[in-house]
Design a protein around this ligand. Structure first.
Ligand SMILES: [Zn+2]
Length: 374
C-alpha cells in the first residue's frame, strides 16, 4: 500500500537558494527535452517507424553545456524526464489531451521530486535529510510508523512562499474484509452547499470559519483585481490573496479528512453517485464552485479510509434517477427541477427533503448492487 504525508518545511537561506536552483533546473531540462521532442515530432509525425527509431534526450546530455545543472539533485532531473514521458504517452494515447506544454516560471508549480536510494532520504529528530541539501527543519504533525518505507519526496513552494514536502511511503498491510451489516450501509447524495446529505437525513455542513475565510478570500481577490498592474501594492496584495487561498484550501482539506474519517469509522459500506465532476461543472454551469467543493477529493479520502479497514465504497451509475424517484413508492418524477428543494410525491403524497430522498435511494441501490456482487 502507498500513502502520502505532507509536512511544512522550513529551509534556511542557503537551502532556499538551492531549492530555487532545483526548481529552475527541473523546468529548464524539461523544456529542453520537450523542445527536442517537439522538433522530432514535427519532422517525422507522418512516419511512425522513423519516430520510433529516435532516441529521446536525457538530462545528462545538457550537463556539459550547462554546468550548473550538476549542482542540483540529479534524481530531480531524472524525474522531470519521467514526467515528460508520461505527458508524451498521454498525448499519444489520446490526442485530445494535446501535445505537452512548456513549463513557465509564473504559471507552473515550483516543485521537484526526488527518490529514496540507499537511505539518502531519512527523518532524524525534527529534521529530514534530502539529497544535495542536507538536513532541513520539518514540522512532523504526524509520525510515520517504522514499517512504512519512504519511496520519494516532492518538495514544493506555494504561491504564499511557504515550503512543503510530500512524502510517499510504501508498506505491507493485510486487510481482512469486513462482513457488512445492513444497518451499517449508508447512502450519500452530493450537493454544493453541504457537501452531502446522508441517508439518515444528516447534512455535512462546512464549518462557519471556512465560509468566513471564503468570503474574505473573495473580498481580497476583488481588491487585487483593482490594483495597478506591476505596482508594489499589487504584489503585496497578490501575496495576501495567495496566503488566504492556501488557508482556505488547507481548511477544506482538514474538513474533508475529518468527515471521511467519521464515516469510515461508523459505516461498513457507503454508496455514492458516480459523478464526473468536470463534465458536471461544465454542463450545469456551476463553474468553479463544484470543483472547489472538493467532492472528488472527499471521495478519494473516503475510499482509501474505508479500504484500509476492509470496508468499501460503491459507486452508483450516474444515470440512476436517485433524485427523481420517490423513496416511498418508487414513482419517478421526470419534471423535478434543480431548484425544487422538497420532494413532493404526486402518487403517495410523500413530502421529504429532496437530498434526503436521493440519499435513501442511493443507499437502496447500493444494497441491490452489493447483492449482485455477492
Ligand atoms: Zn411516492
Amino acid at each position: 500500500m502507498n500513502k502520502a504525508y505532507k509536512f511544512r518545511l522550513y529551509p534556511n537561506k542557503e537551502q532556499e537558494i538551492l531549492f530555487g536552483k532545483t526548481f529552475g533546473s527541473v523546468r529548464f531540462v524539461y523544456n529542453k527535452m520537450l523542445a527536442e521532442r517537439k522538433d522530432v515530432y514535427e519532422k517525422f509525425k507522418e512516419d511512425k517507424e522513423e519516430l520510433k527509431k529516435y532516441k529521446h534526450p536525457t538530462p545528462a546530455k545538457y550537463k556539459p553545456e550547462f554546468e550548473w545543472l550538476k549542482e542540483v539533485d540529479s534524481l530531480a532531473l531524472a524525474n522531470a524526464q519521467l514526467d515528460l514521458q508520461t505527458a508524451y504517452n498521454n498525448f499519444f494515447r489520446d490526442k485530445k489531451i494535446g501535445f505537452p506544454k512548456f513549463k513557465s516560471k509564473h504559471e507552473d508549480r515550483n516543485s521537484y521530486t526526488t527518490n529514496n536510494v540507499n537511505n539518502n532520504i531519512r527523518i532524524e529528530d525534527k529534521k529530514i535529510k534530502l539529497p544535495k541539501l542536507g538536513y532541513a527543519r520539518v514540522i512532523l504533525h504526524r509520525q510515520i510508523p517504522d514499517n512504512q518505507v519512504i519511496k520519494s519526496c516532492t518538495i514544493s513552494k506555494a504561491p504564499s512562499e511557504k515550503y512543503y514536502i510530500s512524502i510517499l511511503v510504501e508498506f505491507e498491510e493485510k486487510v481482512q474484509p469486513v462482513k457488512h451489516k445492513e444497518e451499517n450501509i449508508l447512502g450519500l447524495d452530493f450537493d454544493i452547499k453541504n457537501l452531502y446529505t446522508d441517508s439518515q437525513g444528516v447534512k455535512a455542513e462546512y464549518p462557519k470559519f471556512y465560509r468566513k475565510a471564503l468570503e474574505k478570500l473573495h473580498r481580497e481577490q476583488c481588491k487585487l483585481s483593482k490594483c495597478v498592474k506591476g505596482s508594489k501594492n499589487r504584489n503585496k496584495q497578490r501575496l495576501k490573496v495567495a496566503r488566504i487561498h492556501e488557508k482556505v484550501t488547507n481548511c477544506r482539506k482538514d474538513f474533508l479528512h475529518k468527515k471521511s474519517r467519521e464515516l469510515a469509522n461508523k459505516y461498513d459500506v457507503i454508496a455514492i453517485e458516480d459523478l464526473n465532476m468536470k463534465a458536471m461543472s461544465q454542463c450545469l454551469n456551476f463553474g468553479k464552485s463544484v470543483m472547489d467543493n472538493g467532492w472528488g477529493m472527499f471521495t478519494t479520502f473516503l475510499r482509501y479510509k474505508l479500504e484500509f479497514e476492509g470496508k468499501k465504497i460503491i459507486k452508483v451509475d450516474k444515470w440512476y434517477p436517485s433524485s427523481k424517484k420517490c423513496n416511498e413508492c418508487g414513482e419517478v418524477n421526470k419534471e423535478l427541477k434543480l431548484s425544487d428543494k422538497e420532494w413532493i410525491c404526486k402518487s403517495c403524497k410523500n413530502i421529504i427533503d429532496r437530498d434526503y430522498n436521493a440519499a435513501k435511494n442511493l443507499r437502496e441501490e447500493g444494497i441491490r448492487l452489493l447483492h449482485l456482487m455477492a
